[in-house]
Design a protein around this ligand. Structure first.
Ligand SMILES: Cc1cc2nc3c(=O)[nH]c(=O)nc-3n(C[C@H](O)[C@H](O)[C@H](O)COP(=O)(O)OP(=O)(O)OC[C@H]3O[C@@H](n4cnc5c(N)ncnc54)[C@H](O)[C@@H]3O)c2cc1C
Length: 705
């Protein structure tokens, strides 16, 4: 007969393990009976009985995979044990109930967890992949709610309805942008399961080979296009459109072999479209700048119809919540807590071979009540490019000066946290369409909108069952600025930034300088700071807006806390246009948009063959374009780079396996780790890095055993 059993854990895990067992075993009457401080405790029901010991020991596995069974007085106690264990961060691995092991065997099972902060695009991808292994237990803390069954999210045509609504959107704004007319620029970010993948425009486009190879060039081992390529495939299920769609939208450029065919995100072409959508690729063809391959290869450039992440059977957005979370949601080893606003990560200071600190969990609040959750193996921070650096700083990771100013104890000093902010910015230009062309402006008519809504709800068809997919990734030569000279003088620029600029400038003429795309409807560019108003116009009539995005910006900004109060938003300062070359390139892009609008067949659908502007816009020329850009530049809502994956001395926050410098078991996995902005929309790259992170977390977990 056994007198007692003992569990040995690394010193770093000692406190959190003891705390968790104390919470879970309290219903069984267990408490701390004997203690050798920092080394061991004996738990048991009375002073004379401490049958369960936890000891701190160097060089033992931190996930020992033990099955420990405790006797309970009755079924009620089993149920209470299960409830408390789950509340303290354990994951249900079998609800309380009878088991057929022997008569009267009534039991409940729990696993201790690995914690993910932020159930967004990257967070849900990692959580779903990790929990494919039933021995890995994951808790996700997400500030927003689950809207995976909500028409506003699922309808491909409704996304702008969510902007400015706190149920879906964090509704951030930048600080006044001194180089851009002092404007505050609105920044919607998804606040719900699936994060920004729940509110984005559904464009599924790709970084270039060079973009990812650059990440390697900057000093990250094992980072190249070839190494990341399988992970793009892993996240995607490409669904070939009908022959009719292929011909109308000229989608024959697709090389199916390049695409994933069995991944979670469904990806296809819109099958509801109008004549302007059909005209788009033909216009680029006529201009001699149609796409010259499948941009999924990371090389092709030119105008084209891109794919969108939509389930074509039901015309619903396919995103991190529907594609990754829902299929995994029934797993007993995945626990997702929504409405959980994470305030900080908890650390244990005095641990580790290299003096690294250890993340032991996180504190969060729900409806004003605070909770602590313990994470046994790792903490993964996936709160996105704005919140991830904010949470790090609130937790004591960042610049010593800034933390001190805000009264926060320094846990890990790193000046790079929150720096290196990059974003895609664009200029819109609006045109009047010819009578008879239906645009999003028709939704201003309440009857039209209500009918469209009814049709979508009832049949999953109609104008809300689709969205635009016209775009193009174009080089300088293709937009007529082959003579532009990229900066080559990097004197007086910090070496880490100079290394980035060198790569950008070296590749300036072979890479995309712009993404050109469209909104089939009017915009109100004067509302730079108000996304609710930006994507509509109060003007009567129907309009068509062309957007020219700057793909590889040189301007760098930052995201930093302004207070130690977690609910206070950080100062977001992208310093748009602070590098003069950005304005130079954007000017060329804006002028090129006007040339496209005047070209057939697109011009056939625009009044005056693409020369009549929506009121408020006017003909841009070399003389007035810069002023106009400063006034009306918009964000494409692609903030990245604020927890950059780089060597520490080159501006890094995480290493090339996403580990936060100075910590033993905390990774950041989201768009904040991009060291250098890629071309195109970001989501396919976020899914790819998250897929890769999940593989590494599993791999590292196995090697620890
Ligand atoms: C309006 C908009 C349109 C876009 N359009 C496109 C497009 O068409 N195509 C494309 O490819 N890309 C697009 N993007 C970009 C792309 O969607 C994002 O880059 C990507 O989804 C970011 O993923 P992430 O995991 O880094 O962050 P998110 O997906 O934003 O995830 C972060 C998660 O963390 C949660 N969180 C934050 N703080 C806390 C906290 N304190 N506690 C708990 N949880 C927290 C958030 O609620 C969120 O769920 C768009 C983005 C936006 C905002």
């Amino acid at each position: 007969m056994l007198d007692h059993v003992g569990l040995s854990v690394p010193p770093s895990k000692f406190d959190s393990t003891v705390n968790w067992y104390l919470a879970a075993l309290a219903p069984l009457g267990y408490d701390k009976q004997i203690e050798i401080p920092g080394k061991a405790v004996g738990l048991g029901p009375s002073k004379d009985s401490a049958p369960f010991w936890i000891a701190a020991k160097e060089n033992v596995s931190d996930s020992p995979n033990l099955h420990l069974a405790f006797n309970a007085k009755d079924h009620g106690v089993v149920q209470k044990f299960h409830g408390e264990a789950v509340k303290a961060g354990g994951t249900c691995n079998g609800k309380p109930g009878p088991r057929a092991y022997h008569p009267n065997y009534y039991a409940a099972f729990v696993l201790d967890p690995l914690g993910i902060i932020g159930g967004g695009t990257a967070g849900m991808t990692v959580a779903a992949r990790l929990t494919e292994d039933p021995n890995v237990s994951v808790v996700v803390l997400e500030a927003g709610n689950d809207h995976s069954n909500d028409t506003n999210v699922l309808s491909p045509g409704l996304y702008t309805i969510m902007y400015g609504d706190p149920e879906y959107d964090w509704i951030y704004k930048t600080v006044p942008q001194v180089y851009a007319n002092g404007q505050e620029v609105a920044h919607p970010r998804g606040k719900q399961l699936g994060g920004s993948s729940a509110i984005n425009f559904l464009f599924w486009t790709h970084a270039s080979q060079q973009d990812i190879n650059n990440w390697g060039e900057l000093g990250n081992s094992n980072w190249s296009w070839a190494e990341l390529d399988p992970y793009f495939k892993k996240s995607e299920s490409y669904i070939s459109p009908s022959v009719q769609v292929q011909s109308d939208l000229q989608t024959q450029y697709i090389e199916q072999d390049l695409h994933g065919l069995s991944g979670p995100i469904l990806n296809t072409f819109p099958d509801i479209y109008g004549p302007v959508d059909e005209a788009w690729p033909r216009t680029y063809q006529k201009l001699g700048i149609a796409v010259d391959g499948d941009p999924r290869d990371g090389l092709a450039l030119g105008g084209y119809t891109n794919t969108i992440n939509m389930d074509p059977k039901v015309h619903q957005r396919s995103y991190a919540a529907t594609a990754y979370y829902l299929p995994a949601s029934k797993r007993p080893n995945l626990r997702v807590i929504t409405g959980a606003f994470v305030e900080k990560i908890l650390f244990k200071h005095d641990y580790g071979k290299k003096g690294d600190v250890l993340a032991t969990g996180a504190s969060y609040s729900t409806n004003g009540t605070s909770f602590i959750i313990n994470a046994k193996r790792e903490v993964i921070l996936s709160a996105g490019s704005i919140s991830s650096p904010q949470i790090l700083e609130l937790s004591g990771v960042g610049s010593r000066k800034l933390l001190k100013q805000n009264g926060i104890d320094v846990v890990v000093e790193n000046e790079n946290v929150g720096e290196n902010l990059q974003d895609h910015i664009y200029v819109p230009i609006g045109y009047k369409v010819i009578p008879g062309i239906s645009t999003l402006d028709d939704f201003k008519n309440e009857t039209f909108f209500n009918e469209a809504y009814e049709e979508y709800i009832t049949n999953g068809t109609g104008p809300l069952a689709t969205t635009g997919a016209s775009s193009g990734l174009l080089s300088c030569r293709q937009i007529g600025c082959a003579d532009l000279k990229a900066p080559m003088d990097f004197a007086n620029i910090p070496a880490s930034l100079a290394a980035q600029y060198k790569l950008l400038s070296q590749n300036f003429h072979s890479e995309a300088v712009t993404q050109e795309l469209t909104v089939t409807g009017g915009m109100s560019p004067q509302y730079v700071n108000d996304t609710i108003k930006l994507f509509t116009t109060t003007l009567k009539g129907n309009f068509f807006t062309m957007l020219g995005v700057l793909e590889h910006p040189y301007s760098r900004g930052s995201v930093h806390i302004q207070s130690s109060v977690p609910a206070m938003y950080p100062a977001i300062d992208p310093r748009y246009l602070s590098h003069s070359f950005d304005l130079e390139v954007l000017s060329k892009i804006a002028l090129h948009l006007q040339e496209v609008a005047k070209s057939a067949p697109l011009s056939d659908y625009l009044q005056g063959n693409g020369t009549i502007y929506q009121e408020g816009y006017y003909e841009l020329n070399e003389g007035n374009v810069a002023e106009w850009i400063r006034k009306y530049l918009q964000s494409e809502y692609h903030p990245a780079g604020t927890c950059a994956m780089l060597p520490l001395e080159k501006g890094g926050v995480v290493d090339d396996r996403f580990k936060l410098y100075g910590t033993a078991n905390l990774r950041v996995v989201d768009a904040s780790i991009f060291p250098l902005m890629p071309r195109a929309n970001l989501q396919s790259l976020v899914y790819a890095i998250a897929e890769r992170a999940a593989d590494w977390i599993m791999e590292d977990g196995r090697s620890r055993k």
